[in-house]
Design a binder for this molecule. Structure first.
Ligand code: MN
Length: 254
């Protein structure tokens, strides 16, 4: 059996013959990368129903927190800054609930872009609501207007991290699509990569089996089969180990 990976969807606006038919969706690149790495991703709808969230959570061997909108700053004790972009309160609630369950149970987590920010907030950290108006004028451009699979800036990778094992190099090039970033890092986490301007580009938990997050979009570069794809392989291996542990615990109860 392949490990089951939860991918939380987002609301997608869609109209047919001028009438709205809103949908839940996830960028195809996430499921493509997960399937290529040996996992069985499932797409979850947004909900604040705790019974439903508990049911969905019980199906998972791993959780991917994908890219998307800004996280509402009330979740980290701040009022909305004037440069706050779109938020989706229901997506915040759905993901914070699943993420906190996963952190409590040591379920493998892979956070991507918004997912890194969500993970940091779920674990008690805070964010820059807008890098350029809050983190200083001398920051580099963290948003690219060209093709997604091409890199936009470099990052410096810390030794002794999962990310460093994947990159096997202290400096790599990544894409960049964010105007928010981790500000105060949550307790129990370490920074594993920074942009040349100091902005946090990757974090990992120091207390969990496998909780890794990056600020860029490795799923859009995964077809290169470089460290971007290796990160998906590591995550899927962790989910496989989790699935095996769950199965043997189940057998022990019989
Ligand atoms: Mn960046």
């Amino acid at each position: 059996m392949k490990p089951v990976i939860g991918l939380v969807s987002r609301r997608v606006s869609f109209t047919h013959q001028q009438r709205p038919y809103p949908r839940y969706g996830v960028a195809i690149s996430y499921s493509d990368a997960l399937i290529a790495a040996g996992a069985a991703p499932i797409i979850l709808p947004l909900t604040e129903d705790l019974g439903l969230l508990s049911t969905y959570y019980g199906m998972l061997d791993g959780l991917v927190l994908a890219g998307g909108q800004d996280i509402h700053p009330l979740h980290y004790g701040e009022e909305p800054h004037r440069s706050l972009d779109q938020v989706d309160p229901l997506r915040d609630i759905t993901e914070l609930d699943l993420c906190r369950r996963a952190l409590r149970d040591d379920l493998p987590i892979f956070g991507i872009c918004r997912g890194q920010q969500l993970l940091n907030v779920a674990a008690g950290g805070t964010l820059y609501q807008d890098i350029h108006s809050q983190a200083g004028e001398d920051r580099i451009r963290h948003f690219q207007d060209f093709t997604q699979e091409w890199p936009s800036h470099s990052i410096l990778v810390e030794e002794g991290s999962r990310l460093r094992a994947a990159t096997d190099s202290s400096k790599v090039l990544i894409n960049s699509y964010h105007h928010q970033a981790v500000k105060e890092l949550a307790q129990g986490f370490k920074v594993t990569a920074r942009a040349p301007d100091g902005i946090i580009e990757a974090i990992e938990s120091t207390t969990h089996s496998y909780v890794v997050a990056v600020q860029w979009h490795p799923e859009l570069m995964a077809e290169r089969r470089d460290f971007n794809f290796t990160l998906f392989q590591y995550f899927v291996e962790a989910a496989q180990a989790r699935q095996a542990a769950k199965a043997s615990a189940g057998n022990a109860l019989k």
